[in-house]
Design a protein around this ligand. Structure first.
Ligand SMILES: [Zn+2]
Length: 196
């Protein structure tokens, strides 16, 4: 379950911890923003007034109890993400849209997506880049290389009695240091990505 811990900065700066774990699965940016706003309205160190959530849809409600009919309630303004659980760490103030997009991509592509973001850096990881770069997965780099040589028929071009002299490890090393392919291990599986 992907979630973030969002803290109120005016409370934090006053030495008071106010924050909330917010689940991200299946939510859009507005849902998350609403939950953050609700947390900020419980601040002990408010520094702004925001529209009252209890009467904002009903302007005739003069006797709204939470805001006393003012239409606004006190709230803290600034927030920051202070912890991440089961989702990529995008710093203290990411765009919520970008963060939720990451959550969706992990849900869609699993560990392979995580491996890709480790490989290219989260800021550069796009879904089309991922699809272009993806080069399969295996239990080890060497196993991946054997599979690759098999798939492209390279070994079958070598006379059978000479095949055992083929140095797969060296071939793999050259592929890696030549910059053709990158590997990233996540949860015991090695994911391969083309670099071009
Ligand atoms: Zn109100």
């Amino acid at each position: 379950m992907a979630r973030i811990y969002v803290a109120s900065l005016s409370d934090y700066n006053a030495g008071h911890l106010l924050g909330k774990w917010i689940d991200l699965d299946g939510k859009d940016a507005d849902d998350v923003q609403d939950e953050i706003a609700a947390m900020l309205r419980t601040s002990k160190h408010p520094n702004v007034r925001v529209r009252c959530p209890d009467c904002e849809h009903d302007r005739d409600s003069q006797w709204c109890i939470p805001c006393g009919g003012y239409g606004t309630v006190p709230s803290a303004e600034e927030w920051a993400i202070h912890d991440y659980d089961d989702c990529p760490d995008m710093g203290e103030n990411p765009s919520l849209e970008a963060l939720l997009e990451q959550v969706r991509l992990i849900e869609e592509h699993g560990d392979a997506w995580e491996a890709y973001t480790e490989c290219v850096g989260i800021k550069y990881a796009t879904e089309s880049g991922f699809e272009d770069a993806r080069a399969g997965e295996a239990d080890s780099e060497l196993e991946w290389c054997e599979q690759f040589l098999d798939d492209c028929g390279t070994l079958s071009k070598i006379p059978e009695n000479l095949r055992l002299y083929f140095d797969t490890e060296r071939y793999l090393r050259d592929m890696k240091y030549g910059g053709d392919v990158s590997f990233e291990e996540v949860n015991g599986t090695v994911y391969a990505f083309w670099n071009h």
